[in-house]
Design a protein around this ligand. Structure first.
Ligand SMILES: Cc1cc2nc3c(=O)[nH]c(=O)nc-3n(C[C@H](O)[C@H](O)[C@H](O)COP(=O)(O)O)c2cc1C
Length: 332
């Protein structure tokens, strides 16, 4: 499957599961979507079907893996390929303790040779492309020399796409949340990497607060794309401008109402299948009406009542209520 990664929604643990991705896909047809990070061990030894199963409507969708064992990563990638994921992305940016104890995630920036070995093993076993998501450095690593050496070594494997969260990860002393906020952003560093390695696809991530800002940064630094994380999750309707403004495709713009109705149908259909919890879908939709009248009530109904709901009707009721509030406000 050929697709352009000019815009993507970041992998986010506990957030970008298959229900969330289905919802995001209804808002934007062309964005690239990512799974949460899944460890190679979990795929090999754990509940594989539950972890990897997804709706084909989500494509293009990239499976993000965590691990440091070439053999296991290759096997987990092969499973991902067989399930139909579009690419494999290796997480070299996560700073959590759990991940550090397993010696993968961001600490692997210090071991480019091992990362290269992992990629070679994946490439030997799979034909779908492999990409890297990393930081501009970790701890006291030199942001200039360290990142250049990492990218140069890893790209020798033939990997040509790097998504770079433009801040360092500080592995001792900062929580994962602080590591997304405290180390300073350095977009210039990502721009200078692209200048030096114009042969590579370089995608910028970190702290981008709107589609317009991302578009501007792409232009300023001649980058190949940008990735939005928290803003896309908390304010998902920002994705509605992506198809037209980033991909320059004729947009089939859906209203919030249309999206909510399609999600209600989705809930009805999956309630008959695997996972009978309406809340596991609606929890990703709380931000759909952000900034509009009635948004607080919408969030309240969905977070409190969806837990006990048996089908998509709770979403229909909440949506009708907020649409009425908006209409009344427009008439007044
Ligand atoms: C709740 C949450 C979970 C995250 N989980 C992952 C993950 O599984 N893999 C990953 O590479 N990054 C993860 N991240 C980091 C994001 O992918 C992204 O790099 C970071 O949030 C910066 O982008 P933003 O400023 O646009 O949010 C997570 C971020 C959040 C907020």
């Amino acid at each position: 499957m050929n697709f352009d990664e000019k815009f993507s929604v970041a992998p986010m643990m506990d957030w970008t599961d298959k229900h969330c991705r289905y919802f995001h896909r209804l808002i934007s047809r062309h964005s690239t979507l990512y799974t949460e990070m899944i460890s190679a061990d979990a795929i090999i030894y754990g509940p594989r079907e539950k972890l990897l199963n997804f709706n084909k409507e989500e494509l293009p969708c990239i499976l993000q893996l965590g691990g440091n064992d070439p053999y296991k990563l290759a096997n987990a990638s092969k499973y991902g390929q067989d399930y139909g994921y579009s690419k494999i992305n290796l997480n070299i940016g996560c700073p959590s303790n759990r991940v550090q104890n397993g010696a993968f995630g961001a600490c692997l920036m210090k071991s480019p040779k091992l990362v290269a070995d992992c990629i070679k093993a994946i490439k030997d076993k799979c034909h779908i492309p492999v990409t890297i998501k990393c930081r501009i450095g970790v701890d006291d690593m030199d942001e200039i020399k360290g990142l250049d050496e990492f990218v140069d070594e890893v790209s020798q494997t033939g990997v040509n796409e790097f998504i770079i969260h433009a801040r360092k990860a500080i592995l001792n002393g900062l929580s994962p949340k602080q590591n997304r906020e405290v180390p300073p952003l350095n977009y210039d560093r990502v721009g200078s990497l692209k200048k030096r390695r114009s042969d590579l696809k370089i995608i910028l991530n970190g702290g981008i607060s709107s589609i317009d800002e991302g578009k501007e940064l792409m232009k300023t630094y001649s980058l190949d794309g940008f990735m939005l994380g928290r803003e896309a999750y908390k304010n998902p309707y920002v994705l509605s401008s992506v198809d037209k403004d980033i991909f320059e495709k004729k947009a089939n713009l859906k209203t919030r109402y249309q999206i909510a109705m399609q999600m209600a149908k989705y809930i009805d259909s999956f309630m008959k299948q695997d996972e009978p919890r309406v809340h596991s879908v609606t929890r990703h939709m709380l931000g759909l009406y952000n900034g509009l009248s009635g948004a607080r009530e919408w969030r309240r109904v969905l977070s409190e009542k969806a837990k006990y709901a048996k089908d998509g009707d709770i979403l229909r009721i909440a949506t009708d209520t907020i649409e009425n509030v908006i209409q009344r406000k427009n008439v007044a």
